[in-house]
Design a protein around this ligand. Structure first.
Ligand code: 13P
Ligand code: SF4
Length: 361
């Protein structure tokens, strides 16, 4: 990533150009019988190793189902972090992306944290290198540093607070009430949305999610005209003009709750379509339409599905349980520093009754 570092100026284009988006992995097709056998073998391995699965809503439906069937957790990044601290399992297998595994390890250093693929990263994490970010913070010592969960342990170690999309608004509002200015990283769209809603004085790191960035506002207007009875649900990592058209803006958990509880029968959804598995589970008779990712003349690279989340499969989950590889390790000095902003968030969530898992209660 080339950036001017003499009083650093970071451009969204420089960040975007530095990110190589992988192709979606293609997993060998399994027959119903093969899949059922594979799931049984994984269940046995989980038991033998006193291991538990923690899966994000964007991962494959088979993984989400298996996590639920085996007493694990399927949730957003806030609840994934919290779950690890409440389980007695000695091994946590995080099906998601790298920052989720790292957060789990930061909170549970005594546990073994494994991931099906350690290369499963996130464009927000990659687009916010710790050295540049630290320099940026040094240049703005009068700002409270708030980072999104989608960052490396080293970036979290430089922060005052960590937030997820499900808790960012109340935490930043709380900081504003205390008269604090905020340095926000790395998602510029989420940052702008929070700035607009809370009226907080914010500096924004110009990173973005390659999946949500592809949702197109003009094409969305068109599809809304075709389905005037549909409610529009948008994850706040999406661009501003997409967010402006939303009936509900929220974290993955908040969008699932909306599908279950709103009176509409039809929803246009601007987030990763892995979430459809849980939405369909909580509201089987409702119709879900993916928000458009390619406007006229444009093509999509991710096409509403995160290529890094797609690196998790039943096949590599079994392998990691057999081999015990793909373990997350974090330098202890960094871990101790990164723990502070994460724990601050968890205490705030506890005090304000904010959850990151839809239970239907
Ligand atoms: P949630 O915390 O809303 O699940 O978001 C995580 C994420 O990576 C969205 O792209
Ligand atoms: Fe990161 Fe976007 Fe994938 Fe979420 S969907 S993990 S923000 S690249």
């Amino acid at each position: 990533m080339r950036m001017s570092t003499n009083s650093i100026k970071i451009s969204a284009d420089a960040i975007r150009n530095s990110i190589k988006v992988p192709k979606h992995p293609v997993w060998p097709e399994l027959s119903g019988e093969e899949k059922a056998e594979l799931k049984e073998r994984i269940k046995l391995l989980l038991k033998e190793q006193n291991a538990v699965l923690v899966a994000h809503y964007y991962t494959d439906g088979d993984l989400q189902a298996l996590a639920e069937e085996t007493g694990g957790c399927v949730a957003d990044s806030l609840e994934m972090a919290r779950f690890g601290t409440s389980t007695h399992a000695e091994t946590i297998i995080v099906c998601g992306v790298r920052f989720m595994g790292e957060t789990s390890k930061i909170l549970n250093p005594e546990k073994r944290v494994l991931m099906p693929d350690l290369d499963a990263t996130c464009s927000l994490d990659v687009g916010c290198p710790a050295d540049l970010f630290s320099q940026y913070c040094d240049e703005h010592p009068d700002h409270t540093v708030v980072v999104y969960a989608n960052t490396s342990a080293a970036v979290k170690a430089r922060a005052d607070w960590m937030v997820t999309s499900g808790i960012a608004l109340p935490i930043v509002s709380h900081l504003r009430e205390r008269g604090e200015k905020v340095l926000w990283a790395p998602d510029r769209h989420l940052g702008k949305y929070i700035e607009k809603v809370t009226g907080t004085d914010m500096l924004l790191w110009p990173g973005s999610c390659v999946v949500h960035e592809e949702f197109k506002s003009v094409a969305l207007e068109r599809i809304r005209r075709l389905h005037p009875d549909a409610a529009v649900l948008v994850h706040p990592e999406s661009p501003e003009h997409v967010i402006d058209q939303a009936d509900v803006v929220g974290s993955t958990t908040q969008l699932i709750k909306a599908v279950s509880e709103m009176e509409q029968d039809k929803f246009i959804v601007a987030t990763d379509d892995g979430i459809f598995w849980k939405m369909q589970q909580v509201a089987p008779h409702k119709t879900l339409i993916s928000a458009p990712t390619a406007g006229e003349g444009a093509t999509c690279e991710s096409c509403a599905h995160c290529p890094w989340m797609a690196m998790n499969s039943l096949q590599n989950l079994e392998q990691v349980l057999i081999n015990g590889d793909n373990e997350i390790h974090i330098d202890e000095a960094i871990r101790q520093k990164a723990l502070i902003p994460i724990e601050r968030m968890l205490v705030f969530a506890e005090e304000h009754g904010i959850s990151g898992k839809y239970t239907g209660d």
